[in-house]
Design a protein around this ligand. Structure first.
Ligand SMILES: Cc1ncc(C[n+]2csc(CCOP(=O)(O)OP(=O)(O)O)c2C)c(N)n1
Ligand SMILES: [Mg+2]
Length: 545
């Protein structure tokens, strides 16, 4: 039945119809009608302190729930602040919808208030980016945004909402539930059998999955797929690619693989564009939601690409699992070797200690390790930078969020708030460096205001250490300049914003500080004075063969 409604109400109702329960937002002139309309819905508006934080929260929501997170910001400067955070979501195949207010259509091109070519600005970072043009079809616009965000390779979608369209009343037909959901592209049986035949013929096949599989369900599917096909299966989601220290000594496994199957994982810089050390005649197979990614790989890998097929990651994995029995050998020794290498960490890490008053990062994560392992529901968030790389290497949790292929720093505090929105009970830890802490530290106030407790473990080495190390490596020890920070009391920042703060200068004090931070029930910052240590190096980078 068609009814007449205000545009803002059409949008907010459509969000409810999409299954959205929370909107991460920062208010502004162009979207006050949406705030008003939200009062008539059950939508919970989480009001943040900077627009990029809202997008990062939507990103984390999408990764943890598999349904698009929603960020809502005002037009012009609000939109301009929000857009950069799409970069991280895009790199990580994370489904989200960014709704931005926009100047009135009647003012476009006339120097209107906060006028900006918003759709064009977001376009390079979004799967789709457009401005709504009619009040009547706003519900369809929202449905389309959700559909695109979760279809094929998931990712961020942007929709600009001109204020006059939101204020106007218009007849609108309800949007059907099916309009929000994308059709899945299955892997056909013949295509699945062709990949399985390649796997069967290989001596040491290996599957590398893209970041959309870095979910709990994704890791369960990969474990099943690996067992069914007799091949190791890992997710590659780090900007450090095959040099990711999270992979332990796995480079040695990659170097021995004679067939590498990429599942929703582009052949890109993380895989050295296909030029990885390996046996002569190594072949590649790809299953990817995007034909353009396959075409690009065909140009890079040429004849080495033995198989390429368009299909969505999760249904493709399920089809392969269903059709694998009887088609491959278990390769128990090969899989055991891969698992051993993946979890191989130098014994020396257990003895690393810092000098007086400064902990080595390994000491920090030795203390955190049993706490993270204690609850299988723990959400572990690791940012970029050297300190956090130690965390990524030494901690294991079934629910882990990292900055991802985009390699941006700064999202971990917003991620922690969103993780607490998703996870009501289990511990949420964010691991980040002191430089990174500055990006979104004001979100401690949001977390306090909204009672969203988590524990941030901050490694304060008074340095942008990752960049410092690059300066030393590339330009010489005497040319390390401009990467210094102060030994700031970030714990007091958290406390001043209403959270809990702990300062740690001795390893013995760390377990108690972590326990108090968790018991406080508040957003907490455990500020650990560390010595600058370069990120752990990849082990066993073998020369091939
Ligand atoms: C948005 C963004 N800006 C800059 C960088 C470059 N960058 C990567 S790591 C890093 C240093 C991080 O410093 P800190 O958080 O203190 O961690 P540390 O390396 O010192 O442990 C910088 C500046 C980036 N990756 N992303
Ligand atoms: Mg630092």
């Amino acid at each position: 039945m068609t009814t007449t409604k205000r545009g803002a109400d059409i949008v907010m109702r459509a969000l409810e119809d999409a299954g959205c329960t929370r909107v991460f937002t920062l208010s502004g002139n162009h979207i006050m009608s949406l705030f008003d309309a939200a009062l008539e819905t059950s939508l919970d508006l989480v009001h943040v302190r900077q627009e990029a934080a809202a997008v990062h929260m939507a990103d984390a929501w999408g990764r943890l729930t598999g349904t698009p997170g929603v960020a809502m910001v005002t037009g012009g400067p609000g939109h301009a602040n929000a857009v950069p955070a799409l970069f991280t979501a895009r790199g990580q195949d994370s489904p989200l919808v960014l709704l931005s207010g926009h100047g009135a259509t009647t003012e476009i091109g006339r120097g209107g208030f906060q006028e900006l070519a918003q759709a064009a600005m977001a376009a390079p970072l979004a799967k789709a980016s457009w401005m709504a043009t009619r009040t009547e079809t706003l519900g369809e616009d929202v449905a389309r945004a959700f559909r695109i965000a979760r279809s094929g390779r998931p990712g961020p979608v942007h929709l600009s909402l001109p204020s006059d369209l939101l204020d106007a009343h218009a007849p609108c037909a309800p949007v059907g539930a099916e309009d929000f959901v994308a059709n899945q592209v299955e892997l056909t049986a013949p295509a699945a059998d062709a990949v399985l035949a390649l796997i069967a013929a290989a001596e040491r096949p290996l599957l590398i999955a893209g970041p959309s599989l870095a979910t709990r369900r994704g890791s369960e599917l990969l474990a099943q797929l690996g067992a069914a096909c007799g091949m190791p299966a890992v997710v590659l989601e780090s900007p450090r690619g095959v040099a990711d220290a999270t992979l332990g000594a796995f480079a040695a496994v990659i170097a021995r693989a004679d067939l590498i199957v990429l599942l929703a994982k582009p052949l890109d810089f993380t895989l050295k564009f296909g030029d990885l050390p390996g046996p002569a005649g190594r072949r590649w197979a790809m299953i990817d939601p995007e034909g353009a990614i396959l075409d690009r790989a065909a140009r890079e890998a040429a004849a080495r690409l033995a198989f390429a097929c368009v299909a969505d990651a999760y249904p493709a994995a399920q089809t392969l699992i269903a059709r694998a029995p009887g088609r491959s050998t278990p390769r128990a020794a090969w899989r055991a070797e891969a698992a051993a290498r993946l979890y191989d960490r130098p014994a020396a890490w257990e003895g690393l200690r810092g000098a007086a008053g400064r902990l080595h990062p390994a000491e920090v994560f030795r203390a955190l390790r049993p706490v993270v392992a204690a609850d299988p529901e723990t959400v572990l968030i690791c940012d970029g930078g050297e300190f956090a790389q130690w965390g990524q290497s030494m901690l294991r949790a079934p629910r882990r969020l990292i900055n991802g292929v985009g390699g941006s720093i700064g999202a971990s505090l917003p991620f922690a708030l969103a993780a607490r929105c998703v996870e009501p009970r289990a511990p949420v830890f964010a691991v980040l460096g002191d430089g990174t802490f500055g990006f979104h530290m004001a979100e401690f106030e949001t977390a306090v205001r909204r009672s969203l407790p988590f524990v941030a473990i901050v490694g304060t080495d008074a340095r942008w250490n990752a960049e410092y190390n690059l300066q030393i490596r590339d330009y010489g020890a005497n040319r390390a300049r401009g990467c210094d920070l102060d030994r700031t009391r970030y714990d007091l920042v958290a406390a001043a914003l209403g959270g809990h703060g702990e300062l740690v200068e001795r390893a013995d004090d760390l377990p108690g500080a972590i326990a108090r931070a968790m018991a406080s029930g508040k957003p907490a910052c455990v500020n650990v004075m560390i010595e600058s240590a370069a990120a752990p190096a990849l082990r066993g980078e073998a020369a091939g063969g």
